[in-house]
Design a protein around this ligand. Structure first.
Ligand code: TXA
Ligand code: MG
Length: 316
């Protein structure tokens, strides 16, 4: 039995298996097994009313989980799956309440990572998987992150290297007429509009707890995090030195002043590589045990929307 077959066996036995996706690592359980799904909530320390995304091997599985599937969903699935887009659809009866948080909708996606797809095909069903971190903490983008945080709670962690997208999928609600983005991600409103012919509503500010990623103070390091404009960075460095506070910076601009109290991590200048490295960078800076993490505020443009959303929540 190879590792994928073993992982699928464990899922069938109601165990938790962490696996890589292109966005972040997921903490997986058999989505049709309410007891297995309950273990996810226990491992994460996550409130019960927060719904989970069901990961599928391909779009042909959608109708096993959703009803009244609109044409828009078929088009988007054809355009973006496998990939970082989650569709919220009306749930079929029989989908466990533990998955949907008792709502009449279900979140579905086909992830774009070869190991995830191998696992899902071998399992041949839906795998419920939130990000494999403790509730409210930074999502994991390597197998080591998962080991560090949830190692004891999972039967197996599949190692698929570092995640290529690095932040969670775009969540698009198609369950209530007008399409609406509940959580921005690297699949933008504009690229969804290219497929649907109209811009979706919303910019990721849905009400909690329908989308736990929409809670303020999410994706947060333990060290207090602050966003500072590029103009304010030199002042922030001086301030850290004057107040004798060890401070970590994540910035695309070069370090202006060198000092033993200052750790300076260079950030990529483009949104995709910035997102790819973001959570690993935050974990690294968090582990330094500084008094503060200061992140240079990226440009306030559409291309940076998803990154800005995660930074704003990490700072909350
Ligand atoms: O990229 C991702 O989406 C990653 C990987 C593992 O696939 N998963 C992820 O899961 O971010 P999680 O649980 O950390 O965030 C899923 C989000 C939550 O905010 C949840 O509330 C929302 O999806 N969600 C799931 N089902 C929903 C539903 N029926 N209605 C509204 N929001 C839903
Ligand atoms: Mg999460």
């Amino acid at each position: 039995m190879n590792e994928i077959q073993r992982a699928a066996e464990l899922l069938r036995a109601g165990e938790l298996v962490a696996f890589p996706t292109e966005t972040v690592y997921g903490l997986g359980a058999d989505a049709s097994n309410a007891q297995a799904v309950a273990r996810i909530f226990a491992a994460k320390g996550r409130p019960q009313d927060h719904p989970l995304i069901v990961h599928l091997p391909d779009a042909s599985h959608v109708d096993a989980w959703a009803r009244d599937v609109p044409e828009a969903a078929r088009k988007l699935a054809a355009a973006f799956w496998p990939g970082p887009l989650t569709l919220i659809l009306k749930r079929r009866t029989g989908v466990p309440d533990a998955i949907t948080g008792g709502q009449d909708t279900v979140g579905l996606r086909v992830p774009g990572h070869p190991l995830a797809l191998e696992l899902l095909r071998e399992f041949n069903g839906g795998v419920a998987a939130p990000s494999a971190n403790r509730f409210g903490h930074i999502s994991p983008t390597t197998a080591q992150h998962v080991q560090d945080e949830l190692g004891d709670a999972v039967a197996l962690v599949l190692d698929g290297g570092a995640c290529q997208v690095g932040i969670e999928s775009t969540i698009l609600d198609l369950s209530a007429g007008e399409p609406a983005i509940l959580r921005p991600g690297m699949i933008s409103a504009e690229s969804i509009a290219d497929v649907l012919g109209a811009m979706p509503a919303g910019s990721g500010r849905a009400d909690a707890p329908r989308v736990s990623g929409s809670l303020d103070s999410h994706y947060a390091p333990r060290t207090p995090l602050e966003l500072v404009s590029s103009d304010g960075l030199v002042f922030a460095v001086r301030n850290a030195i004057i107040s004798q506070e060890r401070t970590a910076f994540l910035a695309s601009m070069a370090q202006p002043i060198h000092h033993e109290l200052i750790t300076w991590k260079l950030a990529p200048t483009e949104p995709a590589p910035f997102a790819r490295a973001l959570y690993a960078n935050l974990r690294e800076l968090d582990a330094l045990g500084c008094g503060r993490i200061i992140v240079q505020q990226p440009p306030q443009t559409a291309a940076w929307l998803a990154v800005l959303d995660r930074l704003r929540r990490a700072a909350a």
